[in-house]
Design a binder for this molecule. Structure first.
Ligand SMILES: Nc1ncnc2c1ncn2[C@@H]1O[C@H](COP(=O)(O)OP(=O)(O)OP(=O)(O)O)[C@@H](O)[C@H]1O
Ligand SMILES: [Mg+2]
Length: 216
């Protein structure tokens, strides 16, 4: 796997903060056993509250926090047996007028790009739109590119999310195969730092699968 595993990240950040497992456990209100199990990868899919408690206890800056949560979210998703799921939203959605416009655009186009300043609600609205059109698709996946360090990992991130093993040539054959003959919606989040490679991969996939639609 391309991205750093949650347990390794946790150990790294804890040590960087000069904190022992015991110290962190006490500050975060968790057991030493729980911290150890997370670091060793025995517990792989930490709950969001646990991740928040650890981030608070280590005084993580916002960017680190997001990377940490992204790794945890990735771990949680990997544990899910069913392959076509959208992340749960913990808060209720505040209706936005753009949602109908996005639904209409999605019905007419196979590629939809959502842009806007940080925190404006791009991810949330993309998930909400996907949820509302769920009945129109056989499968939908959210692929988060946030944890990626380099654009060359875009394909492997998509493949991992779709539970596909990459082999040979440009690495897209297996992904295209997985998408074949199914109406699939891919929501690809946080493309900006790997935008060139993400655009290239998405364009190739759209070319190979006529039943694929992408929101990014
Ligand atoms: N319509 C909405 N109703 C309720 N909560 C919302 C809505 N839009 C955004 N939020 C909440 O606001 C926060 C920021 O939204 P979101 O993560 O979607 O922004 P973003 O534009 O994707 O940010 P970034 O640029 O950092 O990726 C989230 O906690 C999200 O759940
Ligand atoms: Mg976002």
């Amino acid at each position: 796997m391309a991205e750093t595993r949650f347990g390794e990240l946790l150990r790294q950040y804890r040590r960087a903060a000069g904190c022992s497992q015991e110290g962190l456990a006490e500050r975060a209100g968790l057991s030493v056993g729980a911290i150890a199990a997370l670091e060793q990868g025995i517990r792989r899919a930490p709950h969001r509250d646990t991740v928040d408690a650890i981030s608070d206890a280590l005084g993580m800056p916002e960017l680190t926090r997001r990377e940490f949560e992204a790794a945890a979210a990735q771990a949680r998703r990997r544990q899910r047996p069913d392959d076509s799921v959208l992340p749960e939203s913990l808060t209720s959605f505040i209706e936005r007028s753009e949602i109908h416009e996005l639904q209409n655009l999605l019905a007419a186009h196979r590629l939809l790009t959502i842009t806007g300043t940080g925190g404006v609600g791009k991810t949330r609205i993309a998930i909400e739109v996907a949820r509302r059109v769920e009945h129109l698709y056989d499968a939908m996946w959210l692929v988060d590119l946030l944890p990626l360090r380099g654009g060359d990992l875009v394909r492997s991130q998509i493949a991992a999310r779709l539970n596909v093993q990459l082999r040979g040539d440009d690495g897209l054959t297996e992904i295209a195969h997985r998408l074949r003959s199914r109406r699939v919606l891919l929501v690809i989040d946080n493309c900006e730092h790997v935008v060139v490679e993400a655009a290239s991969v998405i364009e190739k996939l759209l070319g190979r699968s006529t039943t694929l639609t992408v929101t990014r």
